[in-house]
Design a protein around this ligand. Structure first.
Ligand code: SF4
Length: 368
């Protein structure tokens, strides 16, 4: 690992290139971000040190804080839980760490990945809290998809998850919530917000910490970490034991309801750019950070939902509008641009009285 001492007198291994960091061991991979040839021991050290620097330079945590790690059982959040618990001990951050998982109620996907998180709870010694859509909203995603089909399911799921994470974090009484969003995710979101003309989200999607004016701020310690590096560290960690390697299948399972084609196109576009020019991901994030919003652009004013009290720029928050639609058998009620949401709700009400049908337009939901 990072602290391993290299014996400079030992004979160098034959064949292959040497690590550009220690110049002693054989290089095991080329870093996607810097294209350096590096051995796996130095890669672990550099990878973990970079995350530590991001945490320190951005003052992400204060000693004694309670931190919830949004844990899905996927590669990003599992590596985040592992690295954060290691750094917390190594550098004496003094944090109380918890795992927080959301059970959307997706049979054959979330039930399997939750089993992984339950194993992580034991492996890393981090207490786990699971909150489910069923207990919060009275609906599982399986039931929602049965009602609405596969067209707008990710809109429901994304809106409900965002609020569920906040509610779970409040139950844990944590000071902050950290998520495993990586550099690729953030570059993708910058692009999507430009394509959708969503200025409000564009202005905050590159921030490493968001929601500081709300009850529970969210941090993204992997903001500058390439997805490929997380995959590398993940695979290399797992190769140490055969049992761990076998479990990789569970982590890599795709959601059975994942038709979010629009986001998928943006993801592929970013991956194509990265192949041509690896720095493109960081440059897109930089562009997002440097956007200046014109003072004449009208930004939504944040208030609270009249129904549930959750943060909202409308009378009702989007989760309440969507839920109202589900409970009334009008699932299209909240599908559309957030700005006109409550107006559209009224229009849809009229539809039940035989008036003009609501022409709603599908927009996927952004994660942050
Ligand atoms: Fe939910 Fe869509 Fe993600 Fe599946 S792909 S977990 S339905 S947001």
């Amino acid at each position: 690992m990072a602290s391993e001492v290299v014996d400079a007198t030992a004979p160098k291994p034959r064949g292959g290139r040497f690590c550009t960091v220690c110049n002693e061991r054989r290089a095991a991979l080329k870093r996607p971000k810097t294209l350096e040839q590096i051995c796996k021991e130095c890669f672990y050290a550099v990878f973990e040190d970079e995350i530590h620097r991001v945490i320190v330079d951005n003052h992400l945590f204060k000693p004694g804080e309670r931190i919830a790690i949004g844990a899905s059982g996927g590669k990003d959040s599992t590596v985040l839980a592992y690295v954060l618990s290691e750094l917390n001990i190594r550098h004496g951050y003094g944090l109380d760490l918890f795992l927080l998982s959301i059970d959307e109620g997706i049979t054959g996907y979330r039930d399997d990945s939750l089993e992984t998180v339950k194993r992580n709870e034991i492996q890393y010694g981090l207490p786990l809290k699971v909150v489910s859509y069923k207990e919060l909203y009275g609906w599982t995603m399986d039931e929602i998809v049965k009602l609405i089909g596969l067209k707008n399911n990710c809109t429901f799921c994304g809106v409900f998850r965002r609020q569920a994470l906040d509610r779970g974090a409040a139950l844990l009484k944590v000071d902050k919530l950290v998520t495993g969003h990586n550099a690729d995710d953030i570059a993708e979101t910058v692009l999507l917000n430009i394509l959708r003309g969503d200025i409000a989200r564009l202005s905050r999607c590159t921030s490493i910490t968001t929601g500081e004016d709300g009850p529970i701020p969210r941090c993204k310690p992997f903001k500058y970490t390439y997805e490929k590096e997380i995959l590398r560290s993940w695979a290399l960690n797992l190769l140490f034991t055969y049992a761990y390697f076998k479990r990789l299948d569970y982590f890599s399972t795709e959601c059975i309801y994942s038709p979010n084609a629009y986001r998928g196109f943006a993801r592929e576009f970013i991956k194509d750019l990265e192949r041509i020019r690896p720095r493109a991901i960081l440059d897109i994030i930089k562009s997002g950070e440097d956007f200046r919003i014109s003072t004449s652009t009208k930004m939504p004013e944040q208030g609270n939902c009249e129904r549930c009290g959750y943060i909202s720029s409308q009378k009702w928050c989007k989760a309440c509008v969507l839920l109202e639609g589900l409970n009334r058998g009008l699932p299209k009620l909240g599908i559309g641009r957030t700005r006109g949401l409550n107006n559209e709700r009224n229009k849809d009400m009229k539809e039940t009285n035989g008036t003009k049908a609501l022409q709603s337009k599908q927009f996927g939901t952004l994660d942050f």
